[in-house]
Ligand binder design. Structure first.
Ligand code: HEM
Length: 228
């Protein structure tokens, strides 16, 4: 073996187990994936109802009538499921002073120069934008969706109001599909993020790199041992 140049013989890697930090419990993950599945069904069935060119997509749901019945029902499930997620997540998604600095350095975010970015809590401003964007759009979608739900609420609103509701519903749907694409892209682009929502944990390195304030707080708490 070559003689070591930069280390002494006794130096060695003491552990190969990376630190894992718990980020989402099982309930939150199940809640997230139910919401995600609902949004995908809604997007596909909604597009199928939106334009005749996409009508063939109704075949995925057993035809036009079933699609028309299913779409609003899944909409209600999405609303309830997202509301459950909202109560768990809203507090840590509130804007903070360091968010402005992060946004001012958006170029470094894209170049992944983390050393130039401020330390952040559990969520970065991009994630917060997705969170509040989805929250607002889901409220718009459910309100306008119920207004145009002929089967259960015929005549709930006047025809002029219905016209506006249909327009707002379609525009909000396009917007949430775009936010969804941004969300999935960001989750894949930031390596090591997907496992937060699959296994529930992230590595210590990931937490240190992307959400250092969050990690510091947990580490300080864990060092004190369990609360009395
Ligand atoms: C295939 C689709 C999806 C994938 C792969 C995905 C992936 C992820 C991942 C990996 C996280 C954890 C990020 C982190 O904690 O740093 C996350 C968080 C989250 N996801 Fe998704 N997601 C998907 C669809 C959705 C949909 C459809 C919604 C809502 C309608 C949604 C709403 C959220 C929210 C609210 C969070 C918590 C982050 C925050 O509060 O800012 N996701 N997602």
């Amino acid at each position: 073996m070559a003689r070591p140049q930069f280390s002494e013989r006794g130096d060695h890697i003491a552990s190969h187990e990376p630190i894992r930090v718990s980020r989402y419990r099982g309930f939150t993950r199940a809640n997230h994936w139910v919401t995600a599945a609902c949004l995908m069904v809604l997007a596909i069935s909604g597009l199928a109802l939106f334009d005749p060119a996409l009508y063939f997509l109704t075949g995925l749901f057993g035809g036009g009538q079933t699609t028309r019945w299913l779409h609003p029902i899944v909409g209600v499930v999405l609303f309830v499921s997202f509301a459950l997620m909202f109560v768990q997540l809203w507090r840590l998604n509130l804007p903070r002073r360091e968010d402005a600095k992060w946004m001012a350095h958006i170029g470094d975010v894209v170049k992944q120069n983390e050393d130039k970015l401020p330390e952040l809590g559990k969520y970065n401003p991009g994630q917060k934008f997705v969170f509040w964007g989805m929250s607002g759009l889901i409220i718009l979608l459910i309100v306008t969706g119920v207004a145009i739900w002929e089967q259960f609420f015929p005549g709930l609103v006047s025809i002029p109001v219905r016209r506006i509701a249909v327009l707002v519903h379609a525009l909000s749907a396009v917007a949430i599909i775009l936010v969804f694409i941004v969300h999935v892209y960001a989750a894949i682009w930031t390596r090591g993020t997907l496992r937060a929502m699959t296994r529930g944990t992230v590595t210590g390195g990931w937490a240190y790199r992307h959400h250092r304030k969050w990690l510091r707080e947990i580490a300080a708490r864990d060092n004190k041992g369990p609360a009395e």
